[in-house]
Design a binder for this molecule. Sequence first.
Ligand SMILES: [Zn+2]
Length: 144
Amino acid sequence: MKKNRRKFSNTILANKFSQFGGRCAYCGTPLTWERKKPNSVEFDHINPISCGGADTEENLLAACHICNYEKNDFRINEFRDYIQRLYKNNIEYPKMWFKFFKQLGVIEVKPWDGVFLFEKEGFTPNTELDGRNISDKNYWERML
Ligand SMILES: [Zn+2]
């Protein structure tokens, strides 16, 4: 977590960690509570602080490093759109290694269903800051 953020108690973070069975609330990958491991749990602000999201436990989800990194300061639906774009770009313009492993049959690619794990689990976060108009001029800038 960045500076000037609230330091949540281990009890609160442990609850967040176990909320979805120790999995990333976004992609569902299994996480570990141990620090400095490739799959160590991180905590993401559902509504980013930079967008006016609250630094409260209600606004936190356990996330893997990749989801936390890629979500950056996106809101939920922006993150969803970003993933779809990232997918489309990488299918249309695949990196050589990606194409190669696909040809070898090592990588099997199927479209993402657009549903995060926390949604599959029936959790509805407060996203009142979410659902911004797609024509918002900052929106596409933030998508780049
Ligand atoms: Zn994840």
